[in-house]
Unconditional design. Structure first.
Length: 192
């Protein structure tokens, strides 16, 4: 089966994915302690506020590049880099989270046939990436000991964070980058 040249990744695509993953890994180094502080101040619901920031990089790569497999590669690179930084939450969490995000993002963009890139779709994907990882995290980090009401509120806050701090932020950042002209060689920056 031949792959069309439009769906093959260019060196620029791969460099962009790696750069976004690296920036996220650095951001994660700083978000981990912030989340621990939020946890001590406001418990599991307070730590849920930042969830969208952890996943923004892969969705931003997808929005810019728009090729099947973008999430798999970007989150895969991101999980690997995060694991190498000595994450606060453990190495296994880096890979499990990355796998959860890539599965959901790839499935949703395949469902939309890689043709829908509006704000609503990005917000949907940003929110939809949260529950699968939350299910794994609840078992890995003992969230199951929380009262059911706290679990539900924390999940809802995390989904809202995914919608706003991932989905909406991706739209804003991507469109701002497009206006600079830096993305002319990527799908987002090409004139249709």
């Amino acid at each position: 089966m031949k792959t069309s040249s439009r769906s093959r990744f260019t060196t620029q695509d791969i460099v962009l994915m790696a750069m976004l993953a690296a920036v996220n890994a650095v951001l994660t180094v700083y978000l981990g302690p912030v989340n621990k502080l939020l946890g001590s101040l406001g418990g599991p619901i307070a730590t849920s506020v930042t969830t969208g920031l952890y996943i923004v990089y892969g969705l931003l790569a997808y929005y810019i590049i728009r090729k099947p497999g973008t999430a798999a590669i970007t989150y895969g690179i991101g999980g690997t880099i995060q694991a190498l930084t000595g994450p606060v939450y453990g190495i296994a969490s880096c890979f499990v989270a990355a796998a959860c995000y890539m599965i959901v993002a790839e499935a949703l963009f395949a469902f939309f046939r890689y043709k829908r890139w509006g704000t609503g779709v990005l917000m949907l994907v940003g929110g939809a990436m949260v529950p699968l990882w939350f299910l794994f995290a609840a078992n890995m980090f003992g969230y199951t000991a929380w009262p059911t009401s706290v679990l539900i509120i924390a999940l809802l806050v995390r989904i809202l964070s995914g919608v706003l701090l991932c989905g909406l932020l991706v739209k804003v950042l991507g469109d701002a980058l497009k206006r600079t002209g830096l993305l002319r060689r990527f799908a987002l920056g090409m004139k249709v």
